[in-house]
Design a binder for this molecule. Structure first.
Ligand SMILES: NC(=O)c1ccc[n+]([C@@H]2O[C@H](COP(=O)([O-])OP(=O)(O)OC[C@H]3O[C@@H](n4cnc5c(N)ncnc54)[C@H](OP(=O)(O)O)[C@@H]3O)[C@@H](O)[C@H]2O)c1
Length: 306
């Protein structure tokens, strides 16, 4: 069978999609292809200059695309709340939410404005709160879908409930893997709690040549370490465009609620989108429920409208 590509996305005209971290990497290509398929796309980004540049690039590729920018810093609960309130005030339906933005493995421990470890704040808690705030908009859509972007790194993840923020011991990759496991626990628990109210699925891009190493380990710029990693990356990774395909598949194709989509290549590092399995730790309903409660406490998210 021919591998699934962005050309196979069904028409999305009439739908509204919101992609977090849409100015770069996988998020940019997710926004681009959703717009090409006819969706109205909101690119939620934290850096206005990078966002403007990405919008310009997208519009140059798809003249007439229905795309707008919105300011959202997922590491700040205040920013997420402000974004949620502004979006709610529009009283429009939201068909597709792609929880994509992420940061990977800063070499030293960094904290968010709310004092949380930056990866936990951005990758998990920000999206946890955002999804709750967007529930009214999602529920206005006829068949709302939430796609949460995880990673094969979740397999190395462990939720350390005694030291969730790495205060006692910080390891860049363990902390990242913990957040990607949290993304899966969240996506699956959201589906369990939502029932027929919405479809929650997860996706991972394999290993894609984005700015994720430079943005996280490099602290936003190329370093000797990121250059070395960049040199070897083509051996085991694919393009940003290919990395966006599992998210696009999960967002637009008929899917199994609560399923996880990744890539079909060696160790799921590259390849075409396909349904994949996840580690047993991601399917532990007790851990998912515990993480949910902790996340409600930390973020103040209100899921009573589910
Ligand atoms: N690339 C891979 O191989 C790979 C593998 C597995 C999973 N993933 C996942 O894929 C997703 C996208 O990553 P990518 O590879 O496309 O990396 P990327 O090129 O670094 O893009 C990450 C995006 O997230 C945004 N972001 C970071 N912190 C944010 C914050 N506090 N608020 C709002 N936006 C924020 C970034 O904005 P700025 O440009 O302003 O920093 C950027 O737009 C992440 O969830 C990542 O964990 C990637």
């Amino acid at each position: 069978m021919k591998p699934w590509t962005a050309a196979d996305i069904p028409p999305q005209t009439g739908k509204t999609a919101l992609v977090t971290g849409a100015n770069s990497g996988i998020g940019y290509h997710t926004a681009l292809e959703l717009a090409r398929a006819g969706a109205s796309v909101i690119m939620a980004c934290r850096n206005p200059a990078k966002a403007e540049e990405a919008l310009k690039r997208l519009k140059a590729e798809i003249p007439g695309a229905k795309v707008e920018l919105a300011a959202l810093d997922l590491s700040s609960l205040a920013s997420v709340r402000a974004f949620g309130a502004a979006f709610d005030a529009r009283a429009v339906p939201l068909d597709i939410l792609v929880n994509n933005a992420g940061i990977m493995a800063p070499l030293s421990r960094k904290t968010s404005p709310d004092g949380f470890e930056i990866q936990m704040a951005t990758n998990h808690l920000g999206h946890f709160l955002l999804t709750a705030l967007l529930l009214p908009a999602l529920k206005r859509a006829p068949a709302p879908r939430v796609v949460t972007v995880a990673s094969i790194a979740h397999r190395r993840g462990k939720i350390d409930f005694d030291d969730l923020m790495g205060e006692r011991r910080y390891s860049p990759f363990s902390s990242y893997a913990q957040t990607k496991l949290a993304n899966l626990l969240f996506a699956f628990e959201l589906q369990r709690r939502a029932g027929a109210a919405l479809t929650s699925v997860a996706a991972h891009p394999g290993v894609a040549m984005t700015k994720i190493v430079e943005n996280g380990m490099g602290g936003g710029k190329p370093t000797a370490l990121t250059r070395v990693m960049g040199f070897f990356a083509p051996l085991f990774s694919h393009s940003e465009e290919a990395g966006a395909l599992p998210s696009l598949y999960a967002a637009t194709m008929p899917v199994e609620p609560g399923a996880y989509y990744g890539t079909d290549g060696f160790r799921e590092m590259t390849g075409a989108p396909v349904r994949v399995d996840s580690a047993p730790a991601s399917k532990d309903p007790a851990a998912a429920a515990r993480l949910w409660d902790v996340s409600v406490q930390l973020s103040g998210a209100d899921y009573s409208g589910l």
